[in-house]
Each structure stands twice: as structure tokens, then as C-alpha cells.
Design a protein around this ligand. Structure first.
Ligand code: C2E
Ligand code: CA
Ligand code: CA
Length: 279
């Protein structure tokens, strides 16, 4: 196998070698990142379309890299998923979110719930649920203030295992959201089998929802389907007033996107909410 590895290597172009070196270096840096406290959560508000209030935010990870500056998740999460480091990162994310909920007590952000992203790979971790429970307990946070977002990939593989994990999380009182809804390859049956509280309609349906008839039809159908199943709906990637009006008209529950706010640091969110200057 070693021989083969060496032979294969010869066929790499220089560009590929550069990328491989970059990847290895980034993976090494990633192993230090937690110890050096280099991750940070940004928060993107979700607008409640019925009340006009902000009651929830999505936590999106950033990496304050010592040399490369602020890195977006796309630049390191796929790598962390490959190497398995995502498990540790996910634990950090859950704990950081619970700490934030605790810190927000008594501030203008007190009523905010936090949704964190978990990749399918993180569900593989047998002690995930214990970890979430411990984080909630240690920070004395009401479990219903925490939400986890998972993509439809978890309904394709390891279904039994994932169902078990999600049921246990749900029993704790944590809410479950399906992220990027409508772009996965899974069947709809899981909406019946899994304890789903929210669906997040993928941005690709929202972008042209006011221009393209088919996107409008799909979005309305998803909202109706979800509501008939007792599931709330979040629209992702809302960038225009027209999209917002469409979503209000069709009784979508929550809207998230640049129109309302980009993901911002916790301090900025606190200031914005305290001063009532958010959307
Ligand atoms: P996602 O969960 O679908 O998050 C939404 C992404 O869309 C975010 O990118 C957000 O900044 C961006 N976005 C929000 N509103 C708009 C809009 O109006 N227009 C446009 N064009 N984009 C918008 P971000 O922060 O770069 O995150 C990318 C992905 O990285 C996330 O997609 C999620 O899959 C993953 N991710 C983020 N944080 C975590 C984490 O803590 N753990 C894990 N496992 N994955 C994470
Ligand atoms: Ca998400
Ligand atoms: Ca999404």
C-alpha cells in the first residue's frame, strides 16, 4: 500500500501538492485551535414573522486563525469532518452556546434561543447526548432554549442510530431543526418518524421565490406540509422586502437572512437588541 501511495503521488500536479500541503498545515493548526481558544460563534437573528420579534438566533462558527484571519466554516469544517476533529469542535460549539445563553440572562438577549449546527458525523459520537445534557446542566440552561440543526443526510445513513440519538436529544427538551430542507436526497417519511420541530427551507428556493413560479409553489407547499404536521418553518437567505412579504403572506413562521442581519458577534447583537436597532 505504501508503494502504491508513492506511485500515486507522482501523478499529482504541483497545484494538487500545494493544496495537499495547505490541507495538512490547516489540519495541524486545527489541532491547536481549541486549546488556543481560536473559535468564535457569530449569531444570525431569526425574525418571527407573526410578532415582528427576534426570539432566536443561529450560531455560526468562525475561526480566528493566527495568521490567516477570520475563516468561514467552509474553509475548515469539511476538513474537520474528514479528520474526525469535528467531534471536539461540536462539543465546543454546544458548550459555547450554553455559556452564551447563561451570559445573556438579565440582558436584552435574555429571551433568545440559540440554534447550533451539527453535522451527521457528530451524531456518530455515542456520548453526544450526555455532553449536551452536561452542558445544559452546568450552565443551568433550559433545554428548550437550545436547538440543533441537522441536514437531511442523517436520514440516509445510520438511520436507526440517528433516530435514537435525536429522540434522546428531543427527550432532553432540545428542539430539532432540519437544515437546507429540500435539497437532500432523503424521503419525506422521516418527517413522520423523527421528532422534528422546525424545517429550514433552503436558500436556493428563497432566492427567486418572487420571480419564479416553481420556487413559489415549492415554498408554499413546504410551508403547508410542515404546518399540517405541526412543524414550524424558517426561510433561509431572505435578502429582499419582496421575499419577506411573500413569506409573511404565506404564513412562514420565521425569516433569516441578510435583510434582517448578517451573522454578527454576540456583543454587536446585544447592542443592537438593547438599542432596538435590529430590523
Ligand atoms: P448553514 O447552516 O446553511 O448556514 C447558513 C449560511 O448562509 C451561513 O454561512 C450564513 O452566513 C449564510 N447566510 C445567511 N443569510 C444569508 C443570506 O441572506 N444570503 C446569503 N447568500 N447567505 C446567507 P456560514 O456562516 O459561512 O456557514 C456555512 C455553513 O457552515 C453552514 O451552513 C453550516 O452548514 C456550516 N456551519 C456553520 N457553523 C457550524 C458549526 O458550528 N458546526 C458545524 N458542523 N457546521 C457549521
Ligand atoms: Ca444551519
Ligand atoms: Ca441552511
Amino acid at each position: 500500500a505504501k508503494e502504491q501511495g508513492r506511485n500515486t503521488y507522482q501523478f499529482y500536479t504541483e497545484g494538487m501538492q500545494d493544496r495537499e500541503v495547505m490541507r495538512l498545515e490547516l489540519d495541524k493548526d486545527l489541532s491547536q485551535a481549541l486549546a488556543n481558544d481560536e473559535f468564535v460563534l457569530f449569531y444570525q437573528p431569526q425574525l418571527n414573522l407573526q410578532t415582528g420579534e427576534i426570539n432566536s438566533v443561529e450560531a455560526l462558527i468562525r475561526w480566528q486563525h493566527p495568521r490567516r484571519g477570520l475563516l468561514a466554516p467552509i474553509e475548515f469544517i469539511p476538513l474537520a469532518e474528514e479528520s474526525g476533529r469535528i467531534t471536539e469542535i461540536g462539543r465546543w460549539v454546544v458548550l459555547a452556546a450554553c455559556r452564551q445563553l447563561a451570559n445573556w440572562r438579565g440582558t436584552a438577549c435574555e429571551q433568545l434561543r440559540i440554534a447550533v449546527n451539527l453535522s451527521g458525523r457528530e451524531l456518530d459520537d455515542e456520548s453526544l447526548v450526555e455532553h449536551v445534557r452536561d452542558a445544559l446542566l452546568s450552565e443551568e440552561v433550559d433545554p428548550s432554549m437550545l436547538e440543533v440543526e441537522l441536514t437531511e443526510e442523517i436520514f440516509i445513513q445510520n438511520i436507526e442510530h440517528n433516530l435514537n440519538q435525536l429522540s434522546r436529544l428531543h427527550q432532553l427538551g432540545v428542539h430539532l431543526a432540519i437544515d437546507d430542507f429540500g435539497v437532500g436526497y432523503s424521503s419525506l417519511g422521516y418527517l413522520r418518524d423523527f421528532p422534528v420541530d422546525l424545517l429550514k427551507i433552503d436558500r436556493s428556493f428563497i432566492t427567486d421565490v418572487t420571480e419564479r413560479h416553481d420556487d413559489a409553489v415549492i415554498t408554499r407547499a413546504v410551508i403547508n406540509l410542515a404546518h399540517n404536521l405541526g412543524i414550524q418553518v424558517v426561510a433561509e437567505g431572505v435578502e429582499t422586502e419582496e421575499q419577506l412579504n411573500f413569506l409573511k403572506t404565506h404564513r412562514c413562521n420565521l425569516a433569516q437572512g441578510y435583510l434582517i442581519s448578517r451573522p454578527i458577534p454576540a456583543e454587536d447583537l446585544e447592542t443592537a437588541l438593547a438599542e432596538g436597532i435590529l430590523f
